[in-house]
Write a protein that binds this ligand. Structure first.
Ligand code: ADP
Length: 301
């Protein structure tokens, strides 16, 4: 097969691993810098051009679209879908997952367990916003944050009020969320490929840190999932319409709750912590599913 990885950097661990596994299986695979792709969107015969030439017709593309280039990146994926190329994650599903509010609303509508969550832009009654999600301790999150930056724990209602006011002063969209204390500073990253959890790790925050992000000094280890946790991760991936994703779960006293679904999950942490060949499983998934026009929306979404 001919596979394209849409990635800004061919040296990234995840990109390198997928290239390696595809070549091991005898496939041709190229890394394409998403932002360097350009196209004539009005042509009746859609194509994508790169370095002055049309790209060959790929059987499948693996979008690794960073959050900062979601807008352009999903347009490129959509163009491939219009050409009948199988995208392991469809452009609409990637866009959907990048909108945190939309994701939480969709997950909630389908009954997936979530931390009690409120969101606001300019709440006219902050006390009521806080009361509405059960009061302190609360986690206040900047919607645009990543790697744990902009995630603040407010231990009292007073602290929550000041933090919300400060964020409002910055004109930011915020999430106000029940603090899952019983998670003990740990979360679980489930890697879902083709409707199955293929690997899972528990990330534990550094001593005294409630955020488990590896970038913040957290550590990762292999974890055994309960049936309910497994079902929650699979269900969350299905609701988001993602074939390959990372589902982050907290162990709460009202069952597993989903914090986030990531459409370009990093493979390094999970492969190292679990010893599983996740990149290989992604290529296996492509082998089974990459048929021309085998995307649900064909770029129409
Ligand atoms: P980011 O997307 O910036 O990583 P997250 O929302 O994933 O932000 O939060 C970072 C970390 O903080 C999570 O991995 C988790 O360990 C912790 N955390 C986030 N929300 C909660 C919560 N409601 N209760 C307990 N811990 C939380």
């Amino acid at each position: 097969m001919k596979i394209g990885v849409l990635s800004r950097n061919e040296n990234l661990y995840s990109t390198r691993r997928m290239v390696e596994e595809a070549r091991n299986r005898g496939h041709e695979i190229d890394v394409i810098d998403t932002l360097h792709c350009y196209m004539d969107i009005t042509s009746s015969n859609p194509s994508v051009r790169y370095h002055g030439e049309p790209l060959p017709k790929f059987d499948a593309v693996i979008p690794r679209i960073g959050a900062s280039i979601t807008f352009y990146g999903t347009a490129v994926v959509r163009q491939f879908e219009m050409m009948g190329t199988f995208a392991i994650n469809e452009s609409v599903a990637i866009s959907r997952s990048r909108d945190k509010l939309r994701s939480l609303q969709l997950l909630s509508r389908k009954g997936v367990g979530l931390p009690r969550t409120g969101f606001a832009n300019k709440p006219d009654n902050i006390k009521d916003l806080i009361k509405n999600v059960g009061g302190a301790p609360l986690v206040v999150k900047l919607l645009e944050g990543t790697q744990g930056i902009g995630v603040v724990l407010a231990e009292t209602n007073k602290a929550a009020e000041s933090i919300i006011e400060a964020f409002m002063g910055l004109k930011a969209n915020i999430l106000v969320q029940e603090f899952i204390k019983e998670a003990g500073g740990a979360d679980i990253r489930c890697l879902v490929v083709g409707g199955k959890v293929v690997a899972a790790m528990k990330r534990q925050g550094a001593e005294g840190e409630f955020r488990s992000n590896l970038h913040r000094g957290g550590t990762a280890e292999l974890v055994r999932l309960s049936k309910e946790e497994r079902a929650t991760a699979v269900n969350a991936a299905k609701v988001m319409g993602l074939n390959v994703c990372g589902v982050d779960i907290l162990r709460s006293n009202h069952g597993p709750v989903v914090m986030e679904v990531n459409s370009s999950p990093g493979l390094e942490g999970i492969e190292v912590a679990t010893g599983k060949n996740v990149a290989g499983m992604i290529i296996d998934f492509i082998e089974k599913n990459a048929k021309p026009n085998n995307t649900r929306t064909k770029g129409k979404g």
